[in-house]
Design a protein around this ligand. Structure first.
Ligand SMILES: [Fe+2]
Ligand SMILES: [Fe+2]
Length: 273
Protein backbone atom coordinates (compact mmCIF):
# COMPACT_ATOMS: atom_id res chain seq x y z
CA UNK A 1 0.00 0.00 0.00
CA UNK A 2 1.24 3.46 -0.85
CA UNK A 3 0.01 6.59 0.95
CA UNK A 4 0.79 10.23 0.22
CA UNK A 5 0.34 12.26 3.42
CA UNK A 6 0.23 16.04 3.17
CA UNK A 7 -0.99 18.77 5.51
CA UNK A 8 -0.90 22.44 6.33
CA UNK A 9 -1.49 23.73 2.82
CA UNK A 10 -2.48 27.14 4.24
CA UNK A 11 -4.07 28.78 1.22
CA UNK A 12 -4.69 32.43 2.11
CA UNK A 13 -1.50 32.99 4.02
CA UNK A 14 1.00 35.44 2.52
CA UNK A 15 3.38 32.55 3.06
CA UNK A 16 1.38 30.14 0.82
CA UNK A 17 3.45 28.91 -2.13
CA UNK A 18 1.14 27.66 -4.93
CA UNK A 19 4.03 26.23 -6.95
CA UNK A 20 4.84 23.84 -4.08
CA UNK A 21 1.26 22.56 -3.96
CA UNK A 22 1.11 22.14 -7.74
CA UNK A 23 4.39 20.21 -7.71
CA UNK A 24 3.12 17.99 -4.87
CA UNK A 25 -0.04 17.15 -6.79
CA UNK A 26 1.89 16.32 -9.98
CA UNK A 27 4.28 14.14 -8.01
CA UNK A 28 1.39 12.48 -6.16
CA UNK A 29 -0.28 11.60 -9.47
CA UNK A 30 2.88 10.01 -10.79
CA UNK A 31 3.29 7.96 -7.58
CA UNK A 32 -0.21 6.42 -8.05
CA UNK A 33 -0.91 5.97 -4.32
CA UNK A 34 -3.78 3.92 -2.89
CA UNK A 35 -4.64 6.76 -0.49
CA UNK A 36 -3.98 10.49 -0.34
CA UNK A 37 -4.41 11.78 3.22
CA UNK A 38 -4.76 15.56 3.51
CA UNK A 39 -4.70 16.04 7.25
CA UNK A 40 -5.92 19.55 7.84
CA UNK A 41 -5.16 23.24 7.66
CA UNK A 42 -6.20 23.69 4.04
CA UNK A 43 -6.81 27.37 4.75
CA UNK A 44 -5.52 30.17 6.96
CA UNK A 45 -8.67 31.90 8.19
CA UNK A 46 -11.40 29.43 7.22
CA UNK A 47 -12.81 31.75 4.53
CA UNK A 48 -14.87 30.31 1.70
CA UNK A 49 -12.56 31.59 -1.02
CA UNK A 50 -9.64 29.85 0.68
CA UNK A 51 -11.53 26.53 0.72
CA UNK A 52 -12.53 27.00 -2.93
CA UNK A 53 -8.96 27.66 -3.94
CA UNK A 54 -7.72 24.63 -1.96
CA UNK A 55 -10.39 22.46 -3.56
CA UNK A 56 -9.32 23.66 -7.00
CA UNK A 57 -5.90 22.18 -6.34
CA UNK A 58 -7.02 18.99 -4.58
CA UNK A 59 -9.49 18.18 -7.39
CA UNK A 60 -6.47 17.66 -9.63
CA UNK A 61 -5.42 14.61 -7.59
CA UNK A 62 -6.20 11.54 -9.68
CA UNK A 63 -6.24 9.02 -6.81
CA UNK A 64 -9.70 7.59 -6.12
CA UNK A 65 -9.23 7.74 -2.37
CA UNK A 66 -8.51 11.28 -1.24
CA UNK A 67 -9.49 11.84 2.38
CA UNK A 68 -9.44 15.39 3.74
CA UNK A 69 -9.70 16.30 7.42
CA UNK A 70 -10.28 19.62 9.15
CA UNK A 71 -7.46 21.59 10.77
CA UNK A 72 -7.76 24.29 13.42
CA UNK A 73 -7.34 27.03 10.80
CA UNK A 74 -10.26 25.54 8.84
CA UNK A 75 -12.44 25.90 11.95
CA UNK A 76 -11.86 29.66 12.17
CA UNK A 77 -14.59 32.04 10.96
CA UNK A 78 -17.13 29.15 11.09
CA UNK A 79 -15.17 27.65 8.21
CA UNK A 80 -16.42 24.15 8.98
CA UNK A 81 -19.62 25.01 7.12
CA UNK A 82 -17.66 25.68 3.92
CA UNK A 83 -15.61 22.53 4.53
CA UNK A 84 -18.79 20.45 4.71
CA UNK A 85 -20.22 22.00 1.56
CA UNK A 86 -17.05 21.57 -0.47
CA UNK A 87 -15.51 18.40 0.96
CA UNK A 88 -18.45 16.57 2.55
CA UNK A 89 -18.49 14.96 5.98
CA UNK A 90 -15.91 16.20 8.47
CA UNK A 91 -15.38 12.65 9.72
CA UNK A 92 -16.08 9.12 8.72
CA UNK A 93 -14.76 5.59 8.27
CA UNK A 94 -13.96 3.94 4.97
CA UNK A 95 -12.30 0.83 3.62
CA UNK A 96 -9.76 0.95 0.83
CA UNK A 97 -8.72 -2.02 -1.30
CA UNK A 98 -4.94 -2.44 -1.24
CA UNK A 99 -2.58 -5.09 -2.63
CA UNK A 100 -2.29 -6.64 0.87
CA UNK A 101 -6.04 -6.79 1.57
CA UNK A 102 -8.13 -3.90 2.76
CA UNK A 103 -7.22 -0.89 4.88
CA UNK A 104 -9.62 0.64 7.39
CA UNK A 105 -9.26 4.40 7.47
CA UNK A 106 -11.00 6.57 10.04
CA UNK A 107 -10.91 10.36 9.69
CA UNK A 108 -11.71 12.49 12.73
CA UNK A 109 -12.32 16.20 13.18
CA UNK A 110 -10.22 17.19 16.19
CA UNK A 111 -10.97 20.90 15.90
CA UNK A 112 -13.09 23.21 18.05
CA UNK A 113 -14.20 26.49 16.45
CA UNK A 114 -11.59 29.23 16.96
CA UNK A 115 -9.33 27.19 19.25
CA UNK A 116 -5.79 26.23 18.29
CA UNK A 117 -5.80 23.12 20.46
CA UNK A 118 -7.70 19.97 19.56
CA UNK A 119 -9.74 17.20 21.12
CA UNK A 120 -11.07 13.85 19.93
CA UNK A 121 -13.82 14.04 22.55
CA UNK A 122 -15.36 11.28 24.66
CA UNK A 123 -18.35 11.11 22.35
CA UNK A 124 -16.07 9.64 19.66
CA UNK A 125 -14.39 6.90 21.69
CA UNK A 126 -17.01 4.16 21.34
CA UNK A 127 -17.30 4.85 17.61
CA UNK A 128 -13.51 4.56 17.16
CA UNK A 129 -13.68 1.26 19.03
CA UNK A 130 -16.50 -0.07 16.85
CA UNK A 131 -14.57 0.74 13.66
CA UNK A 132 -11.17 -0.64 14.64
CA UNK A 133 -11.51 -3.39 17.27
CA UNK A 134 -12.47 -6.36 15.11
CA UNK A 135 -10.83 -5.20 11.87
CA UNK A 136 -8.47 -7.95 10.66
CA UNK A 137 -8.33 -7.47 6.89
CA UNK A 138 -5.44 -5.01 6.79
CA UNK A 139 -3.92 -1.92 8.36
CA UNK A 140 -5.88 0.34 10.71
CA UNK A 141 -5.17 3.99 9.99
CA UNK A 142 -6.41 7.09 11.83
CA UNK A 143 -6.33 10.56 10.26
CA UNK A 144 -6.45 13.48 12.68
CA UNK A 145 -4.99 16.98 12.35
CA UNK A 146 -3.71 17.62 15.88
CA UNK A 147 -0.66 15.87 17.27
CA UNK A 148 -1.16 13.32 20.04
CA UNK A 149 2.48 13.38 21.06
CA UNK A 150 4.80 16.36 21.29
CA UNK A 151 6.86 17.01 18.16
CA UNK A 152 10.52 17.94 18.70
CA UNK A 153 11.94 21.06 17.10
CA UNK A 154 8.68 22.98 17.31
CA UNK A 155 9.20 25.11 20.39
CA UNK A 156 6.94 24.95 23.42
CA UNK A 157 3.72 23.04 23.04
CA UNK A 158 0.31 24.17 24.23
CA UNK A 159 -2.07 23.01 21.52
CA UNK A 160 -1.88 19.23 21.19
CA UNK A 161 -4.92 16.99 21.63
CA UNK A 162 -6.33 17.88 25.04
CA UNK A 163 -7.39 14.26 25.63
CA UNK A 164 -4.14 12.77 24.30
CA UNK A 165 -3.74 10.32 27.20
CA UNK A 166 -7.16 8.73 26.76
CA UNK A 167 -6.71 8.63 22.99
CA UNK A 168 -3.28 7.00 23.22
CA UNK A 169 -4.69 4.32 25.54
CA UNK A 170 -7.53 3.66 23.07
CA UNK A 171 -5.15 3.40 20.10
CA UNK A 172 -2.99 0.94 22.05
CA UNK A 173 -6.02 -1.10 23.09
CA UNK A 174 -7.33 -1.23 19.50
CA UNK A 175 -3.87 -1.92 17.99
CA UNK A 176 -4.13 0.92 15.53
CA UNK A 177 -1.20 0.71 13.11
CA UNK A 178 -0.74 4.31 12.08
CA UNK A 179 -1.93 7.78 13.00
CA UNK A 180 -1.38 10.46 10.33
CA UNK A 181 -1.28 14.01 11.69
CA UNK A 182 -0.08 17.50 10.80
CA UNK A 183 -0.42 20.78 12.69
CA UNK A 184 3.13 21.33 13.95
CA UNK A 185 4.64 21.87 10.49
CA UNK A 186 7.54 19.55 11.29
CA UNK A 187 7.73 15.97 9.98
CA UNK A 188 8.38 13.47 12.76
CA UNK A 189 7.60 9.86 13.62
CA UNK A 190 7.01 8.22 16.98
CA UNK A 191 6.43 4.53 17.60
CA UNK A 192 4.94 3.88 21.03
CA UNK A 193 3.28 0.71 22.29
CA UNK A 194 2.92 -0.53 18.73
CA UNK A 195 1.20 2.64 17.48
CA UNK A 196 3.09 4.65 14.84
CA UNK A 197 2.36 8.34 14.90
CA UNK A 198 3.43 10.04 11.70
CA UNK A 199 3.48 13.81 11.38
CA UNK A 200 3.83 15.66 8.09
CA UNK A 201 5.35 19.12 7.71
CA UNK A 202 3.69 22.02 5.93
CA UNK A 203 3.45 21.05 2.27
CA UNK A 204 3.01 24.41 0.60
CA UNK A 205 3.73 27.28 2.94
CA UNK A 206 6.75 29.03 4.34
CA UNK A 207 5.20 28.77 7.82
CA UNK A 208 8.17 26.55 8.62
CA UNK A 209 10.08 26.00 11.84
CA UNK A 210 13.85 26.12 12.16
CA UNK A 211 15.62 24.52 9.21
CA UNK A 212 12.79 22.19 8.17
CA UNK A 213 11.68 22.90 4.57
CA UNK A 214 8.14 22.45 3.20
CA UNK A 215 7.53 18.73 2.66
CA UNK A 216 5.11 15.85 2.46
CA UNK A 217 5.40 12.15 3.37
CA UNK A 218 5.19 9.06 1.21
CA UNK A 219 4.40 5.90 3.17
CA UNK A 220 5.06 2.47 1.65
CA UNK A 221 3.54 -0.44 3.52
CA UNK A 222 3.93 -4.09 2.58
CA UNK A 223 3.67 -7.39 4.46
CA UNK A 224 7.08 -6.98 6.10
CA UNK A 225 7.75 -3.32 6.60
CA UNK A 226 6.59 0.29 6.60
CA UNK A 227 8.88 2.92 5.08
CA UNK A 228 8.30 6.64 5.25
CA UNK A 229 10.09 9.01 2.89
CA UNK A 230 10.20 12.77 3.14
CA UNK A 231 9.68 14.61 -0.16
CA UNK A 232 10.37 18.27 -0.83
CA UNK A 233 7.93 19.43 -3.52
CA UNK A 234 9.50 20.13 -6.91
CA UNK A 235 12.97 18.97 -5.90
CA UNK A 236 12.80 15.51 -7.49
CA UNK A 237 15.06 12.74 -6.19
CA UNK A 238 17.36 15.33 -4.64
CA UNK A 239 14.53 16.38 -2.34
CA UNK A 240 13.84 12.88 -1.02
CA UNK A 241 15.22 11.44 2.18
CA UNK A 242 14.27 8.52 4.40
CA UNK A 243 12.27 9.64 7.44
CA UNK A 244 11.51 6.40 9.27
CA UNK A 245 11.08 2.66 8.80
CA UNK A 246 9.73 -0.11 10.97
CA UNK A 247 8.52 -3.68 10.72
CA UNK A 248 4.91 -4.21 9.64
CA UNK A 249 4.21 -6.17 12.82
CA UNK A 250 4.03 -3.75 15.75
CA UNK A 251 6.96 -3.97 18.10
CA UNK A 252 6.11 -3.53 21.75
CA UNK A 253 8.94 -3.72 24.21
CA UNK A 254 6.76 -3.71 27.29
CA UNK A 255 3.61 -5.33 28.63
CA UNK A 256 1.08 -3.25 30.52
CA UNK A 257 -1.23 -5.25 32.76
CA UNK A 258 -4.11 -3.23 34.25
CA UNK A 259 -7.42 -3.46 32.42
CA UNK A 260 -8.07 -0.71 29.89
CA UNK A 261 -11.39 0.17 31.52
CA UNK A 262 -9.62 1.30 34.69
CA UNK A 263 -8.39 4.27 32.68
CA UNK A 264 -10.95 4.94 29.97
CA UNK A 265 -14.67 4.25 30.13
CA UNK A 266 -16.67 5.08 27.03
CA UNK A 267 -19.59 7.47 27.21
CA UNK A 268 -22.91 5.71 26.87
CA UNK A 269 -24.32 8.53 24.75
CA UNK A 270 -27.67 8.79 26.53
CA UNK A 271 -29.06 11.01 23.77
CA UNK A 272 -28.90 8.04 21.36
CA UNK A 273 -30.99 5.75 23.57
FE1 LIG B 1 -0.90 24.49 10.11
FE1 LIG C 1 -2.93 23.35 12.64
Amino acid sequence: MKIVQMSDIHVGSGLFRPELLSATIEETNSLEPDLVAVVGDLTTEGYRWEFEEAKGYLDRIECENVIVTMGNHDAKSVGYRHFEELFGMREGATTIPIPEGEAKVVALDSTKPDLDEGEIGREHYAWLDSEFRDWDRGPKILLVHHHILAVPGTGRDVNNLRDAGDVMAILRELRVDMVLSGHRHVPYVWSISGVRIIHSGTVSSMRVRGTMPPSYNVIDLDEDSVKITLHQPGKGKGGEEPLASFSRKPVTTSEFYPDFSRFVLYDRLPFLR
